[in-house]
Write a protein that binds this ligand. Structure first.
Ligand code: SF4
Ligand code: SF4
Length: 245
Protein backbone atom coordinates (compact mmCIF):
# COMPACT_ATOMS: atom_id res chain seq x y z
CA UNK A 1 0.00 0.00 0.00
CA UNK A 2 1.48 3.39 -0.99
CA UNK A 3 1.89 6.29 1.41
CA UNK A 4 -0.98 8.14 -0.33
CA UNK A 5 -3.51 5.30 -0.11
CA UNK A 6 -6.24 5.98 2.40
CA UNK A 7 -6.98 3.29 4.95
CA UNK A 8 -10.36 4.09 6.56
CA UNK A 9 -9.63 1.78 9.47
CA UNK A 10 -6.31 3.30 10.49
CA UNK A 11 -7.50 6.85 9.75
CA UNK A 12 -9.86 6.40 12.67
CA UNK A 13 -6.95 7.43 14.90
CA UNK A 14 -7.47 11.01 13.77
CA UNK A 15 -11.09 11.07 14.93
CA UNK A 16 -11.23 8.55 17.72
CA UNK A 17 -11.71 9.27 21.39
CA UNK A 18 -10.27 5.81 22.13
CA UNK A 19 -7.95 5.17 25.06
CA UNK A 20 -4.20 5.64 25.47
CA UNK A 21 -3.09 2.09 24.56
CA UNK A 22 -5.30 2.03 21.46
CA UNK A 23 -3.82 5.31 20.23
CA UNK A 24 -0.25 4.19 20.90
CA UNK A 25 -0.80 1.00 18.88
CA UNK A 26 -2.49 2.87 16.04
CA UNK A 27 0.58 5.12 15.74
CA UNK A 28 2.78 2.12 14.95
CA UNK A 29 3.93 2.01 11.32
CA UNK A 30 2.80 -1.64 10.91
CA UNK A 31 -0.87 -1.06 11.64
CA UNK A 32 -1.76 0.67 8.38
CA UNK A 33 -0.61 -2.43 6.50
CA UNK A 34 -2.25 -4.85 8.91
CA UNK A 35 -5.85 -3.79 9.41
CA UNK A 36 -8.41 -3.51 6.62
CA UNK A 37 -11.73 -4.39 8.25
CA UNK A 38 -12.90 -7.82 9.36
CA UNK A 39 -15.58 -10.20 8.04
CA UNK A 40 -15.69 -12.13 11.31
CA UNK A 41 -15.22 -15.27 9.18
CA UNK A 42 -12.92 -17.00 11.68
CA UNK A 43 -10.46 -18.25 9.04
CA UNK A 44 -7.56 -16.82 11.03
CA UNK A 45 -8.73 -18.59 14.21
CA UNK A 46 -9.14 -21.92 12.42
CA UNK A 47 -5.46 -21.80 11.36
CA UNK A 48 -3.99 -20.28 14.51
CA UNK A 49 -1.91 -22.66 16.69
CA UNK A 50 -2.19 -20.28 19.65
CA UNK A 51 -6.01 -20.23 19.40
CA UNK A 52 -6.01 -24.03 19.49
CA UNK A 53 -4.20 -24.18 22.84
CA UNK A 54 -4.80 -20.88 24.64
CA UNK A 55 -7.50 -18.34 25.41
CA UNK A 56 -6.42 -16.22 22.44
CA UNK A 57 -7.94 -15.21 19.09
CA UNK A 58 -6.42 -13.36 16.10
CA UNK A 59 -9.97 -12.45 15.03
CA UNK A 60 -10.45 -10.76 18.39
CA UNK A 61 -7.12 -8.93 17.95
CA UNK A 62 -8.37 -7.40 14.68
CA UNK A 63 -11.88 -6.74 16.02
CA UNK A 64 -10.73 -4.96 19.17
CA UNK A 65 -8.46 -2.69 17.14
CA UNK A 66 -11.24 -1.86 14.68
CA UNK A 67 -13.58 -1.11 17.58
CA UNK A 68 -10.96 0.74 19.66
CA UNK A 69 -12.00 -1.44 22.60
CA UNK A 70 -9.52 -0.17 25.22
CA UNK A 71 -10.55 -2.63 27.93
CA UNK A 72 -9.97 -5.70 25.74
CA UNK A 73 -6.79 -4.17 24.30
CA UNK A 74 -5.35 -3.72 27.80
CA UNK A 75 -6.37 -7.27 28.75
CA UNK A 76 -4.55 -8.60 25.67
CA UNK A 77 -1.45 -6.49 26.32
CA UNK A 78 -1.20 -7.75 29.88
CA UNK A 79 -1.34 -11.41 28.89
CA UNK A 80 -2.93 -12.89 25.77
CA UNK A 81 -0.62 -11.36 23.12
CA UNK A 82 2.27 -13.39 24.50
CA UNK A 83 0.54 -16.60 23.34
CA UNK A 84 0.98 -15.72 19.64
CA UNK A 85 3.66 -17.90 17.97
CA UNK A 86 4.34 -15.30 15.24
CA UNK A 87 3.82 -17.99 12.58
CA UNK A 88 1.91 -15.62 10.26
CA UNK A 89 -0.70 -18.23 9.26
CA UNK A 90 -3.38 -15.62 10.01
CA UNK A 91 -1.88 -13.04 7.65
CA UNK A 92 -1.65 -15.33 4.63
CA UNK A 93 -5.20 -16.69 4.98
CA UNK A 94 -7.23 -13.62 5.89
CA UNK A 95 -9.55 -12.57 3.01
CA UNK A 96 -9.12 -8.94 4.12
CA UNK A 97 -5.31 -9.25 4.26
CA UNK A 98 -5.22 -8.36 7.94
CA UNK A 99 -2.18 -9.36 9.94
CA UNK A 100 -2.91 -10.10 13.58
CA UNK A 101 0.73 -11.23 13.77
CA UNK A 102 2.02 -7.71 13.02
CA UNK A 103 -0.55 -6.06 15.28
CA UNK A 104 0.56 -8.36 18.10
CA UNK A 105 4.22 -7.55 17.44
CA UNK A 106 3.47 -3.82 17.77
CA UNK A 107 1.36 -4.47 20.89
CA UNK A 108 4.19 -6.42 22.52
CA UNK A 109 6.68 -3.59 22.05
CA UNK A 110 4.21 -1.08 23.48
CA UNK A 111 3.28 -3.40 26.37
CA UNK A 112 6.98 -3.59 27.36
CA UNK A 113 7.40 0.17 26.99
CA UNK A 114 4.27 0.85 29.07
CA UNK A 115 5.23 -1.58 31.84
CA UNK A 116 2.34 -4.00 31.18
CA UNK A 117 4.41 -7.07 30.39
CA UNK A 118 6.09 -8.01 33.68
CA UNK A 119 3.46 -10.41 35.02
CA UNK A 120 2.83 -12.17 31.69
CA UNK A 121 6.54 -12.66 31.05
CA UNK A 122 7.53 -13.74 34.57
CA UNK A 123 7.58 -17.38 33.39
CA UNK A 124 10.22 -16.50 30.78
CA UNK A 125 12.79 -15.32 33.34
CA UNK A 126 15.04 -18.35 32.89
CA UNK A 127 14.91 -18.08 29.10
CA UNK A 128 15.73 -14.34 29.24
CA UNK A 129 18.66 -14.99 31.58
CA UNK A 130 20.05 -17.67 29.25
CA UNK A 131 19.77 -15.41 26.20
CA UNK A 132 21.40 -12.48 27.99
CA UNK A 133 24.28 -14.38 29.60
CA UNK A 134 24.91 -17.39 27.34
CA UNK A 135 23.65 -16.24 23.97
CA UNK A 136 20.96 -18.84 23.38
CA UNK A 137 17.50 -19.31 24.67
CA UNK A 138 16.89 -22.91 25.63
CA UNK A 139 18.54 -25.72 27.46
CA UNK A 140 17.20 -29.15 26.48
CA UNK A 141 16.04 -29.78 30.04
CA UNK A 142 13.68 -26.82 29.75
CA UNK A 143 11.65 -28.52 27.01
CA UNK A 144 8.83 -29.73 29.16
CA UNK A 145 5.45 -30.59 27.62
CA UNK A 146 3.74 -28.71 30.45
CA UNK A 147 5.41 -25.48 29.39
CA UNK A 148 4.81 -25.97 25.65
CA UNK A 149 1.38 -27.61 25.10
CA UNK A 150 1.27 -26.19 21.57
CA UNK A 151 4.26 -28.34 20.55
CA UNK A 152 1.92 -31.30 20.38
CA UNK A 153 1.98 -35.01 21.32
CA UNK A 154 5.42 -35.71 19.78
CA UNK A 155 6.99 -33.50 22.46
CA UNK A 156 5.31 -35.54 25.21
CA UNK A 157 6.71 -38.74 23.70
CA UNK A 158 10.25 -37.35 23.23
CA UNK A 159 10.30 -35.79 26.67
CA UNK A 160 9.33 -39.04 28.36
CA UNK A 161 12.28 -40.81 26.68
CA UNK A 162 14.80 -37.98 27.11
CA UNK A 163 17.08 -39.68 29.63
CA UNK A 164 17.09 -43.03 27.81
CA UNK A 165 17.95 -41.32 24.52
CA UNK A 166 20.85 -39.46 26.13
CA UNK A 167 22.19 -42.63 27.66
CA UNK A 168 22.16 -44.32 24.25
CA UNK A 169 23.83 -41.36 22.57
CA UNK A 170 26.41 -40.45 25.20
CA UNK A 171 27.18 -43.56 27.18
CA UNK A 172 29.75 -42.76 29.86
CA UNK A 173 29.90 -39.07 28.91
CA UNK A 174 30.66 -37.07 32.09
CA UNK A 175 27.93 -34.64 33.07
CA UNK A 176 25.60 -36.34 30.61
CA UNK A 177 22.49 -35.39 32.50
CA UNK A 178 23.46 -31.83 33.28
CA UNK A 179 22.92 -29.74 30.18
CA UNK A 180 22.67 -26.03 30.79
CA UNK A 181 22.54 -24.64 27.28
CA UNK A 182 21.40 -25.64 23.81
CA UNK A 183 24.73 -24.77 22.17
CA UNK A 184 27.90 -22.95 23.16
CA UNK A 185 28.61 -19.40 22.04
CA UNK A 186 32.08 -17.87 22.50
CA UNK A 187 32.45 -15.38 25.36
CA UNK A 188 33.52 -12.55 23.04
CA UNK A 189 30.37 -13.13 20.93
CA UNK A 190 28.13 -12.96 23.98
CA UNK A 191 29.99 -9.90 25.25
CA UNK A 192 29.53 -8.17 21.89
CA UNK A 193 25.78 -8.86 22.00
CA UNK A 194 25.57 -7.60 25.57
CA UNK A 195 27.35 -4.39 24.54
CA UNK A 196 24.90 -3.92 21.66
CA UNK A 197 21.93 -4.45 24.02
CA UNK A 198 23.41 -1.98 26.48
CA UNK A 199 24.31 0.72 23.94
CA UNK A 200 21.03 0.42 22.00
CA UNK A 201 18.86 0.72 25.12
CA UNK A 202 17.50 -2.83 24.72
CA UNK A 203 18.93 -3.82 28.11
CA UNK A 204 17.09 -0.93 29.74
CA UNK A 205 13.83 -2.20 28.17
CA UNK A 206 14.58 -5.68 29.50
CA UNK A 207 14.86 -4.02 32.91
CA UNK A 208 11.20 -2.92 32.74
CA UNK A 209 10.19 -6.59 32.70
CA UNK A 210 13.08 -8.31 34.53
CA UNK A 211 14.73 -5.58 36.68
CA UNK A 212 17.17 -7.90 38.48
CA UNK A 213 18.51 -9.24 35.15
CA UNK A 214 20.14 -5.90 34.32
CA UNK A 215 22.53 -6.24 37.29
CA UNK A 216 23.22 -9.88 36.43
CA UNK A 217 24.09 -8.98 32.82
CA UNK A 218 26.29 -6.05 33.86
CA UNK A 219 28.22 -8.23 36.33
CA UNK A 220 28.53 -10.91 33.65
CA UNK A 221 29.92 -8.30 31.23
CA UNK A 222 32.52 -7.17 33.79
CA UNK A 223 33.61 -10.79 34.39
CA UNK A 224 33.83 -11.47 30.66
CA UNK A 225 35.79 -8.23 30.04
CA UNK A 226 38.30 -9.17 32.78
CA UNK A 227 38.69 -12.69 31.38
CA UNK A 228 39.20 -11.38 27.86
CA UNK A 229 41.76 -8.79 29.07
CA UNK A 230 43.63 -11.54 30.91
CA UNK A 231 43.69 -13.70 27.76
CA UNK A 232 45.02 -10.77 25.71
CA UNK A 233 47.77 -10.11 28.27
CA UNK A 234 48.65 -13.82 28.27
CA UNK A 235 48.94 -13.82 24.47
CA UNK A 236 51.07 -10.68 24.54
CA UNK A 237 53.42 -12.23 27.12
CA UNK A 238 53.75 -15.40 25.00
CA UNK A 239 54.51 -13.30 21.93
CA UNK A 240 57.19 -11.30 23.77
CA UNK A 241 58.72 -14.50 25.15
CA UNK A 242 58.84 -16.07 21.69
CA UNK A 243 60.57 -12.95 20.31
CA UNK A 244 63.31 -13.23 22.92
CA UNK A 245 64.13 -16.85 22.03
S1 SF4 B 1 0.91 -15.33 13.92
FE1 SF4 B 1 0.00 -15.52 15.97
S2 SF4 B 1 -2.12 -14.92 15.64
FE2 SF4 B 1 -1.31 -15.39 13.63
S3 SF4 B 1 -1.81 -17.56 13.29
FE3 SF4 B 1 0.26 -17.50 14.14
S4 SF4 B 1 -0.02 -17.74 16.35
FE4 SF4 B 1 -2.03 -17.16 15.48
S1 SF4 C 1 -9.58 -14.12 8.73
FE1 SF4 C 1 -9.52 -11.87 8.59
S2 SF4 C 1 -11.61 -11.30 8.08
FE2 SF4 C 1 -11.70 -13.41 8.87
S3 SF4 C 1 -12.06 -13.18 11.09
FE3 SF4 C 1 -9.86 -13.28 10.80
S4 SF4 C 1 -9.20 -11.13 10.68
FE4 SF4 C 1 -11.43 -11.17 10.30
Amino acid sequence: MSEETKNPITEKIENTKGGHFYKEIMKDFRIKESLHGCLNCGTCVANCPAAAFYDYSPREVCQMMIEGDEETIEEYMKGKIWNCAQCYSCKYRCPKENSAADIVMAMREIAVREGLAAEALAGYTRIAKLVLTRGNQLAPDMLSPDAFPDWGPRMIELSSKKMEMREELFEGFPGMNVVDRAWAAEDYTIYEMQKIWEESGALEKVGTVFPFLVDIVQEDMEDKAEEMDAKIEEKKAKLEASKKK
